[in-house]
Ligand binder design. Structure first.
Ligand code: MOS
Length: 727
């Protein structure tokens, strides 16, 4: 009955496809609906705000602005959440100051969504505008290392080694701003109970984040508010921090003593976090035979005026290849925008994009095949941290990817059409394999059904499914006997679902609580069966809901009956494995791509993408492949489509819609192949599993960029790469 490693279908699949899965805006209570009015300037203050016409409009129940912020929210209020970076979090309606274009400045609550939206247009606002600089490029002078997280330590003597290198490159790479755009928009439904307590259904990657925020801002402890989030329709980091609709809906519910729901529009989804625009300067040097001697990676990124965004970009360049002379620098500069926010493989996507383009350029300078170049500079030790890896099967990824893609004979194999240029590119990808503390509870009822609870989330990744698999496997019962419940502050604590650490953190806790259950049920069995008192635990096995000893079997339910117990409950808190300290844990991949470029029209297409990953034990190859596919599609979107455009005169996102903010669609996607190589890891966590939610997007944009160079001879050192860039 081994379940780990099965291509188990999603246990929540039927709920999702029949509409029974309830997302934050699917709660059926009678709600008032809330709609925000957003500022049309980026910097300055509100001099007057006239809400009288809106107040008089049909169905309007209340209007909130900085003018009527409840007194208790004015002082000593903590607006932080567990992921707040250094600085001061944005406080909605706190005062008349405008910090960014699109800032929520008024909330209209009405009987219907349409009434609220229409009434919001009747509000008259006058501003006093202040001058500001709206883009990263405009603000480079203010870039400072003091505002940015400190990179890994420099090592060796970069300058000297660079000077002594046989081949060197100095290159600049730029990436534009990207917005998350999950399918489900951000939404919060607040039920106001007769005793004044709240049940909050929030779109969030971890209910504990919402609870901390509500406690800090409104003083609502777990006794007065329960936060729930059964299903999340994608988030990719946008739900790591509570977004302003949580504040809005809660404020309105408390003040109006009524249920309130707020659902953001697609355009409003562009009024909070994003993957920041960054500029990388890469300096690399190698010897004649392609040994990397010197590497410098400096990145300047944007942040808001009120928080210093925290992500790790340049460290990846000190990690991926062996190099003894490394210089890493990272600076942030404030722009008149909201604070950036983690987005799928935050930092890694950006840092590795620049690194993997630069490595390709250096290999080209040295006249060495890019795959060979990477093999020559392979490292099996984390030089940043001075630690061994828990495991690293990247060489096997290179070998398998080379074979599946047909890298060696790629040029011979290519059929060319007269109007198309063909090119091939590759890159290495990597992502952290972290483990966080996590707690779970398990109970078995008299029918032998197990309920396992944890406050974690399922943001579409398959948490319900893989946790059920792990439990079924460890308990020796069929998966139908497992009910895994998540997304509720009433459940045991969990880390947010992010960082690709849910399987390793929550999954390890689930495995351990199942182990505890087996000891407990064996104990009960022994206590009630004097003949077996001396039996060693090791001589017992557990299968099909039964304890087996020799040729005898005892159903879990019988053992319970015999002990006159109706339910057996066990709690467990799992701490990260020792290997998390003594070793460095990373998943790795190799990606190879084929592109075509239309000679006359410049249209870039990607007919083939191959990713071979090493990510430890794969709990569910089906959901793991889903994660790889999704992240690769996004990597392609990042490379060729996505560009958040800001009109720097107004600090306004100009393309806050799907017509003008282009994401990869079906027509962009052709042949994608993913595979996992075997990777045994007994240090990273008890399951030996590494997360795969973020891995597939890392390196992909570089591989496409490198393939475009191969096809056209042009290096496009920017993202996205557009058809006019190749013409
Ligand atoms: Mo991920 S950016 O940690 O949701």
């Amino acid at each position: 009955m081994l379940n780990i490693g099965n291509k188990q279908k999603r246990v929540d699949g039927p709920q999702k496809v029949t509409g029974k899965a309830t997302y934050a805006a699917d709660i059926a209570s009678p709600f008032y609906h809330a709609y925000v009015l957003q500022s049309t300037i980026a910097c300055g203050s509100i001099t007057a705000i006239d809400t009288s016409a809106a107040e008089a409009f049909e169905g309007v129940k209340g209007i909130f602005t900085h003018k009527n912020l409840p007194e208790r929210l004015k002082n000593k209020v903590d607006y932080t959440d567990p992921l707040s970076p250094p600085g001061k979090p944005f406080r909605p309606f706190y005062n008349d100051k405008i910090l960014y274009n699109g800032q929520p400045i008024a909330l209209v609550v009405a009987q219907t969504f349409e009434q609220a939206r229409y009434a919001s247009k009747l509000i008259k606002v006058t501003y006093e505008e202040k001058k500001f600089k709206g883009s990263l490029s405009d603000n480079l002078k203010n870039a400072s290392a003091d505002r940015a997280p400190e990179p890994a330590s420099n090592r060796g003597d970069f300058k000297k080694a660079f000077k002594n290198s046989d081949y060197t490159i100095i290159r600049e790479y730029r990436q534009s701003r990207n917005y998350h755009n999950p399918m489900e928009p951000h939404a919060t439904s607040v039920e106001y109970k007769s005793d004044g307590s709240l049940v909050v259904y929030d779109k969030i990657q971890g209910v504990a984040s919402s609870l901390k925020y509500l406690n800090g801002v409104f003083g609502l402890g777990a006794d007065r508010v329960q936060v729930k989030s059964d299903f999340v329709g994608g988030a990719f980091g946008s739900g790591l921090r509570p977004q302003y609709q949580l504040f809005m809906a809660t404020l309105a519910a408390l003040e109006l003593k009524h249920n309130v729901q707020m659902v953001m529009t697609r355009a409003q989804m562009f009024s909070f976090g994003y993957r920041p625009e960054v500029i990388h300067t890469m300096k690399l040097g190698c010897s004649k035979d392609g040994i990397l001697k010197a590497l410098s990676h400096k990145t300047v990124g944007e942040t808001s005026t009120f928080e210093d965004f925290n992500e790790t970009i340049v460290d990846w360049s000190g990690l991926l290849y062996k190099c003894d002379n490394v210089n890493l620098e990272y600076e942030l500069t404030p722009v008149q925008s909201y604070t950036p926010l983690d987005m799928r493989a935050p930092g890694g996507v950006s840092g590795v994009y620049a690194l993997e383009c630069a490595i390709d350029e250096l290999a080209h300078e040295a006249g060495i095949d890019p795959l060979e170049f990477r093999r020559k500079n392979y490292v099996d030790y984390d030089q940043n941290e001075d630690k061994p890896f828990t495991s690293k099967e990247l060489m096997a990824c290179y070998a398998r990817c080379e074979e599946v893609f047909g890298w060696k004979n790629r040029k011979d194999l290519s059929k060319t059409e007269p109007h198309l240029l063909k090119g091939y590119g590759m890159a290495t990808g990597s992502w952290e394999a972290l483990q966080q503390p996590a707690s779970v509870s398990l109970s078995m009822n008299e029918e032998g059904t197990f309920t396992i609870k944890c406050a974690t989330a399922d943001i579409g990744t398959g948490t319900y499914t893989v946790m059920s698999q792990i439990a079924a496997d460890k308990l020796g019962v069929s998966i139908e006997k497992i009910k895994f419940m998540l997304g509720d502050t009433a459940f045991p604590d969990s880390p947010i679902e992010g960082g690709s650490w849910t399987v390793s953190s929550v999954g390890s806790a689930v495995a351990s609580v199942c182990e505890k259950f087996k000891y407990r049920i064996a104990d009960i069995w022994k206590r009630n069966n004097p003949d077996y008192q001396a039996v060693a635990f090791e001589d017992i096995s557990f299968q099909k809901g039964k304890l087996e000893y020799g040729s005898k079997t005892f159903a879990f339910t019988e053992i319970m009956q015999q002990a006159s117990k109706e339910e057996l409950s066990i709690a467990h808190s799992e701490s990260p494995a020792a290997g998390q300290n003594t070793h460095s844990g990373y998943a790795h991949c190799c990606v190879m791509v084929e592109v075509t470029v239309d000679k006359d029209l410049g249209i870039i297409k990607v007919p083939r993408l191959v990713n071979v990953s090493a990510a430890g034990k794969i709990i569910n190859p089906k959901t793991a492949e889903n994660q790889l596919l999704g992240s690769m599609v996004w990597g392609l979107g990042m490379a060729l489509r996505e560009e958040g455009m800001v009109d720097t005169r107004y600090g306004r996102v100009m393309n806050a819609n799907f017509a003008e903010y282009h994401i990869a669609v079906n027509a962009d996607i052709h042949d994608i192949h993913t595979e996992f190589v075997e990777e045994k890891d007994d240090k990273v966590n008890p399951l030996g599993a590494k997360g795969v939610g973020e891995l597939g997007i890392v390196g992909l944009a570089a591989a496409i960029s490198n393939a475009i160079f191969d096809a056209t001879g042009k290096r496009l050192r920017k993202l996205p790469m557009l058809l006019d860039d190749v013409l």
